[in-house]
Design a protein around this ligand. Structure first.
Ligand SMILES: *[C@@H]1O[C@H](CO)[C@@H](O)[C@H](O)[C@H]1NC(C)=O
Ligand SMILES: *[C@@H]1O[C@H](CO)[C@@H](O)[C@H](O)[C@H]1NC(C)=O
Ligand SMILES: *[C@@H]1O[C@H](CO)[C@@H](O)[C@H](O)[C@H]1NC(C)=O
Ligand SMILES: *[C@@H]1O[C@H](CO)[C@@H](O)[C@H](O)[C@H]1NC(C)=O
Ligand SMILES: *[C@@H]1O[C@H](CO)[C@@H](O)[C@H](O)[C@H]1NC(C)=O
Ligand SMILES: *[C@@H]1O[C@H](CO)[C@@H](O)[C@H](O)[C@H]1NC(C)=O
Ligand SMILES: *[C@@H]1O[C@H](CO)[C@@H](O)[C@H](O)[C@H]1NC(C)=O
Ligand SMILES: *[C@@H]1O[C@H](CO)[C@@H](O)[C@H](O)[C@H]1NC(C)=O
Ligand SMILES: *[C@@H]1O[C@H](CO)[C@@H](O)[C@H](O)[C@H]1NC(C)=O
Ligand SMILES: *[C@@H]1O[C@H](CO)[C@@H](O)[C@H](O)[C@H]1NC(C)=O
Ligand SMILES: *[C@@H]1O[C@H](CO)[C@@H](O)[C@H](O)[C@H]1NC(C)=O
Length: 358
């Protein structure tokens, strides 16, 4: 009938041909004789008595399954069968490069191992683009390509290249105008330079509300249209990367202005105590002053430089100005103006102290 010789093998190299020989004695290397089977069909050396009777159970030699079936078995087929596998030694192998995770500033050692198990002369191993095997990676090493070259005797060389990925993170940066006028838009962006990309969020200090409006690689930003003074807060950007939390804060100032307001009675009688105060609610605080309009010249004069009939007191606080005249006289009756100056613009409110007779 037939006989099957189950057979398999392992090899570091890629098998090219499976060849079977029939030997007279066990342990006898009869590979000099003609084979009884050759996986390469074009091979003409196969013994005529076996031609067409022997075949591989698994035709693809790269599967490393060398089982054969011998058909039309005869008594003369008895004996010892020997397997030979041919292939290219090491030709498809590359050195192995091992890179543990690279963290900025932490010393690391790269290793390169020659391919195969061959125990001949030790090969020469060299690194290209990197003079040392042990170094402290920095951001400059990120995306660097390194090459390990292994040279065997006989001028056979193999190379393996690898790309370095250095883990790093930079403090987040918040960009955008942090001083905005009430009613304008507030646009803030937080950008984080890191590898691998970090998770990051921008949030308001008062509230757990997270703000992400637009998210692009490495950046989160948000816009608030028609800003109110409620938005004047600390904004915090937190970037998380490899158990590292880095934060950056920005304080948003919302500038605003309100019309100045005057408190106090503007129509008074001769001889009484006059107390006028002017206040303006705005941020940043204004420089606020009282001026007296001189009817003769039509000029407004700083009350600090005006002669009054009796002592005057001035009091200035942030956004508030008040002045008092102890003993009002007819000379003092003139329009008084409260001026608030901020960033080059002025808001004015006029107060007329009318003559009062009694
Ligand atoms: C070899 O191939 C044959 C036929 O496909 C299969 O029966 C046998 O189990 C294989 N041997 C091994 C070790 O895989
Ligand atoms: C090895 O190869 C290099 C360049 O490929 C050549 O210059 C050198 O002569 C070769 N050495 C031997 C021993 O073949
Ligand atoms: C703020 O963002 C809005 C919407 O994204 C945009 O229309 C506006 O021009 C931006 N304003 C500034 C000052 O960048
Ligand atoms: C946080 O902000 C949201 C939306 O502006 C508001 O509804 C909520 O009351 C705020 N929570 C706190 C604790 O301030
Ligand atoms: C992130 O923001 C920074 C600063 O505004 C900018 O230079 C960079 O181009 C932004 N990156 C992306 C991916 O939008
Ligand atoms: C901005 O908000 C204020 C107060 O919420 C509102 O009175 C005003 O109409 C808004 N302006 C615009 C342009 O939406
Ligand atoms: C980073 O912040 C998050 C959220 O606030 C927190 O859960 C986490 O424990 C922090 N991690 C470190 C390493 O501080
Ligand atoms: C003048 O009036 C303001 C408020 O209207 C008050 O704060 C201030 O104390 C008064 N000054 C005097 C001297 O009474
Ligand atoms: C008024 O005079 C005071 C004191 O001399 C000075 O500090 C202030 O700047 C003056 N204000 C104006 C509007 O000229
Ligand atoms: C200014 O004075 C007014 C009236 O006395 C008061 O309501 C206001 O809080 C004061 N503002 C500042 C900034 O002191
Ligand atoms: C107020 O001024 C007038 C003159 O201008 C003077 O006669 C009077 O005594 C003064 N009154 C007080 C309380 O000082």
């Amino acid at each position: 009938l037939c006989a099957v010789i189950p057979c398999s093998f392992k090899s570091e190299f890629e098998p090219k041909a499976i060849i079977w020989f029939k030997c007279e004695k066990p342990q006898y290397r009869c590979t000099h004789s003609d084979p009884v089977f050759h996986s390469d069909k074009s091979n003409t050396d196969v013994q005529p008595g076996f031609k067409g009777r022997v075949s591989l159970l698994e035709p693809d030699v790269t599967n490393r399954n060398c089982s054969i079936i011998i058909n039309d078995l005869s008594k003369s087929d008895s004996g010892y069968y020997l397997l030979k596998v041919e292939g290219d030694r090491n030709l498809h192998q590359k050195p192995e490069v091992k890179i543990s995770p690279l963290i900025e500033g932490q010393q690391v050692t790269l290793s390169c191992t020659a391919p195969g198990f061959c125990s001949g002369s030790p090969p020469k191993i060299t690194w290209i683009h990197s003079s040392t095997l042990t170094f402290k990676p920095s951001v400059e090493n990120h995306n660097t390509i390194i090459t390990c070259q292994v040279s065997f005797t006989g001028n056979e060389t193999r190379k393996r290249t690898a790309t370095l990925n250095v883990n790093y993170i930079r403090k987040p940066q918040i960009s955008g105008r942090t001083t905005v006028m009430e009613g304008d838009d507030l646009n803030l962006t937080c950008s984080v330079d890191s590898f691998p990309p970090s998770d990051h969020i921008l949030r308001k200090s008062d509230n757990k509300t997270l703000i992400y409006l637009q998210e692009e690689s490495g950046n989160v930003s948000f816009s608030i249209i028609n800003v109110t003074t409620e938005e004047a807060r600390r904004y915090i950007c937190t970037a998380t990367n490899q158990n590292n939390n880095l934060t950056k804060e920005a304080f948003v100032h919302v500038t605003y202005k309100r019309d100045p307001q005057v408190f106090g009675k503007a129509t008074v009688k001769k001889g009484i105590f006059l107390n006028l105060s002017c206040s303006i609610d705005r941020f940043p605080p204004s420089d606020i002053r009282w001026m007296k309009s001189e009817t003769e010249t039509g000029l407004n004069k700083n009350i600090s430089e005006v002669h009054y009939s009796s002592e005057i007191y001035q009091q200035y606080q942030l956004g508030n100005a008040s002045f008092t005249i102890k003993n009002v006289s007819m000379e003092d009756a003139a329009p008084h103006i409260c001026t608030a100056t901020y960033q080059g613009t002025e808001g004015e409110i006029h107060v007329k102290c009318k003559r009062a007779f009694s």
